[in-house]
Ligand binder design. Structure first.
Ligand SMILES: [Zn+2]
Length: 80
């Protein structure tokens, strides 16, 4: 099992449709991963998703890896 419930990272790559973060941004990563297709997710209330799973909560691994991918919708860029 990989640890890392609440993690931070530096963005090294983004998809062509990503607008909220860019390469080089330091981000905090939401530990919860929603289904992104239910009515709660589609209405912006992903925290109410019945299919939510959390990083580093068995049987799901955490995010403390040298390199991993994450949804850009759950990454919060650092603001100074
Ligand atoms: Zn959902």
């Amino acid at each position: 099992m990989v640890l890392g419930h609440e993690t931070a990272a530096v963005v090294v790559q983004v998809g062509s449709t990503v607008t909220n973060i860019k390469v080089g941004d330091r981000v905090a990563i939401e530990p919860g991963r929603s289904c992104r297709v239910c009515s709660e997710c589609k209405s912006g209330h992903y925290n109410r998703c019945a299919g939510m799973v959390f990083a580093a909560t068995p049987p799901h691994s955490g995010q403390s890896l040298p390199s991993s991918s994450s949804s850009c919708s759950t990454c919060a860029p650092e603001r100074i």
